[in-house]
Design a binder for this molecule. Structure first.
Ligand SMILES: NC(=O)C1=CN([C@@H]2O[C@H](COP(=O)(O)OP(=O)(O)OC[C@H]3O[C@@H](n4cnc5c(N)ncnc54)[C@H](OP(=O)(O)O)[C@@H]3O)[C@@H](O)[C@H]2O)C=CC1
Ligand SMILES: CCCCCCCCCCCCCCCC(=O)OCC(=O)COP(=O)(O)O
Length: 324
């Protein structure tokens, strides 16, 4: 009896030795490595953005405006683009007044142009390049959404949405790209959408433009890696902005409604911070969405038949009240 209790205490002692001698140092060591890795990542992210020349399209409102605020606070030399000179100037004034003792910040420049006019996009790109002689990071953010049934949508509306969301960013990217290739340095980011990965009913023009965006920038990433350039496709879910208010409908008129999904969407500031992290960490493809849209993306890939059924039932349900 005494012997067996002695053996038990020896084996308990052995287990304690194992835990304190091996497991605890291993766990603490791993935690330490993780913390160090995180600190290093944060340092690299800060260094990447500080002093970088960052172009943001659609900076006059919503996510673009918040991106301007967070990239400015992170020390970027901003070039803010949009159609509305007065609203961009107001933002520049606001940013000028924000002084941070810890971070060196710069007064942003502005370039005014309409993305749907590809002729002016080329001259706008020249103006952008003249600001600091080069561009480090181009963030293609501007965009417009759409509401309507395919049956009642004029083909010109599809062209309008593709013009702003697809051909505009393509024209701007291609006008700036040669200078990035020449320097063997540069980063092109684009704000796509969950709808660049799945297509939902009554969003044909918008979802098509975002799918095209995803495909174009995936091709670009593959083609420019050899020159040391980075490409990030960022795909958010609903964000609390004016996107639904500004959406176009099938006849080309403005939708003008703040949808419930948009009103209850993520805070644009939070999304802008996630964009800063994604760009700072040179992420190639980021889905910034909740569990349900993320599940929908997986179902579309792994079980397309189920996805198509779900979308058809969604279309029937959404249309019923309007028809009644
Ligand atoms: N809100 C959401 O739920 C989501 C948004 N996104 C994407 O985020 C991006 C930003 O949209 P968000 O901030 O939400 O919406 P907003 O409507 O608030 O902002 C859109 C911006 O795009 C600019 N823009 C629109 N048309 C043109 C044009 N022809 N030429 C130049 N600029 C133009 C607008 O400028 P102006 O002020 O002159 O109209 C505005 O600054 C878009 O690409 C959108 O698809 C992605 C997922 C979800
Ligand atoms: C048996 C399992 C069932 C699981 C159900 C999953 C199906 C859920 C469908 C979810 C659809 C999500 C759509 C998300 C759309 C979105 O976030 O879009 C972002 C935008 O770009 C918003 O633009 P909009 O103009 O549409 O407001």
């Amino acid at each position: 009896m005494i012997l067996s209790s002695h053996r038990r205490s020896i084996s308990r002692g052995g287990a304690m030795d194992l835990i304190f001698g091996n497991v605890v140092p291993l766990v603490l060591g791993s935690l330490g490595v993780m913390v160090l890795y995180q600190l290093l990542q944060r340092y690299r992210q800060r260094a990447y953005i500080q002093d970088a020349v960052v172009v943001i399209t659609g900076a006059s409102s919503g996510l673009g405006k918040e991106c301007a605020r967070v990239f400015h606070a992170a020390g970027a030399r901003l070039i803010l683009c949009g159609r509305d000179r007065a609203r961009l100037q107001e933002l520049v004034q606001e940013l000028k007044e924000v002084a941070d003792s810890k971070q060196k910040t710069y007064t942003p420049s502005t370039v005014i142009f309409d993305l749907s006019d590809t002729e002016t996009v080329a001259s706008a790109a020249e103006e952008i390049l003249k600001c600091h002689g080069h561009v480090d990071i181009l963030i293609n953010n501007a965009g417009v959404s759409y509401r309507g049934t395919i049956l009642n949508t004029h083909v010109d509306v599809h062209k309008e949405v593709m013009g702003i969301n697809y051909f505009g960013p393509v024209a701007l990217t291609q006008a700036i790209l040669p200078s990035m290739v020449q320097r063997r340095k540069g980063h092109v980011a684009v704000i796509s959408s969950v709808q660049g990965k799945i297509a939902i009913p009554f969003r044909s023009a918008y979802a098509a433009s975002k799918h095209a965006t995803q495909a174009y920038f995936d091709c670009l990433r593959a083609e420019v890696e050899q020159y040391g350039l980075e490409v990030s496709v960022i795909s958010p879910g609903y964000i609390r902005t004016n996107l639904s208010l500004n959406a176009v409908t099938g006849d080309g008129s403005k939708y003008g409604v703040l949808d419930k999904n948009t009103a209850e969407g993520r805070d644009p500031r939070e999304v802008a911070e996630a964009v800063l992290r994604a760009v700072g960490r040179r992420k190639k493809d980021v889905l910034l969405a909740g569990p349900l849209p993320t599940l929908a993306v997986y179902i579309r890939t792994l079980c397309p038949q189920l996805f198509f059924k779900l979308m058809a039932s969604r279309a029937r349900k959404e249309q019923r009240p309007k028809e009644d």
